[in-house]
Design a protein around this ligand. Structure first.
Ligand code: OAD
Length: 261
């Protein structure tokens, strides 16, 4: 949102430009206050104000690193040390970062809505740190490791050795994240689509809408009659298809939506 009038946000007075945007915020707040079933789908943009780099924007991770060299099963088979070096570096970057007012506002929203599902493409774990509970991490979690031998998944927040081994069976551990070319966990995926198909409102926040299957979730909900709300810094390929699009930072807009709750 640009400058102009101002409304009171959770963290103080926040400048809001267009009265059009203020009206959209009010409209979304009213609809959410009456809704029974809400789904929120988030992408890297919601964590940007915590200091997490996005993937495709300026300074984005995939602008500086080749995803195919670092985030595919083939890359891991070829050079597990290199892949672990990359994920250890990401852990070091993410470790000190804190949830921002956007994550916190979604915790408030969850407490208010009877059936609330948060679907995130992010692996940074910041929604859970903020206190979100009914959450589906579509692409896994960078703080979890998975054993290539016994398949056990465990939380481990340390910076790992470059060839970490399973304490149970001794096989190589890998990051418990979804890489390019891999399938998503079918049970997480079906729970996500179930929630999307029954939602009255779906909010799509901080995602470029370029990676499936998350990219299609909004339109699946729309075909089922849901109201679609987008919050993003800039228009996406879906903006014109959604019911309401609010351009601006999720860390400013979400607290405004949840301000009086
Ligand atoms: P992208 O980097 O593709 O898109 C981030 C989106 O967030 C862009 O549309 C930005 O305009 C928007 N954005 C940036 N800052 C924002 C802010 N403060 N408030 C609101 N919006 C903001 O990231 P994703 O869409 O999450 O997958 O990318 C999807 C997937 O592609 C990721 O989960 C990852 C990546 O490759 C895997 O690694 C499997």
């Amino acid at each position: 949102m640009a400058e102009g009038s101002s409304v009171s946000g959770g963290t103080g007075r926040i400048a809001v430009t267009a009265s059009d945007d203020v009206m959209k915020v009010d409209l979304v707040r009213d609809r959410l206050a009456r809704a029974q079933r809400v789904v929120v789908l988030t992408g890297a943009g919601i964590s940007a104000e915590s200091g997490v780099p996005t993937f495709r924007g300026e300074g984005g991770l995939w602008r500086q690193h080749r995803a195919l060299d670092l985030a595919t099963p083939q890359a891991f088979a070829r050079d597990p040390r290199l892949v672990w070096e990359f994920y250890n570096w990401r852990r070091e970057v993410l470790g000190p970062l804190e949830p921002n007012p956007g994550h916190n506002a979604l915790v408030k929203l969850e407490q208010r809505v009877p059936q609330f599902t948060l679907i995130t493409q992010n692996i940074d774990g910041l929604h859970a740190r903020a206190g979100s509970r009914n959450m589906l991490e579509l692409h896994g979690n960078i703080w979890h490791v998975r054993c290539l031998g016994c398949g056990k998944v465990a939380e481990d927040r340390s910076v790992l050795p470059l060839m970490p081994r399973c304490p149970g069976c001794g096989a190589l551990l890998r990051p418990h994240v979804v890489w390019f070319g891999e399938s998503l966990d079918p049970s997480i995926l079906s729970t996500a689509f179930e929630a999307v198909q029954h939602a009255e409102i779906v909010m799509v926040i901080g995602t470029s809408g370029t990676v499936e299957p998350a990219a299609s979730m909004g339109m699946v909900a729309k075909r089922k009659g849901a109201c679609l709300v987008e919050i993003n810094l800039e228009p996406t390929p879906f903006t014109t298809l959604y019911d309401t699009s609010i351009l601006g930072k999720s860390g400013e807009i979400l607290p405004m939506i949840c301000e009086s709750w």
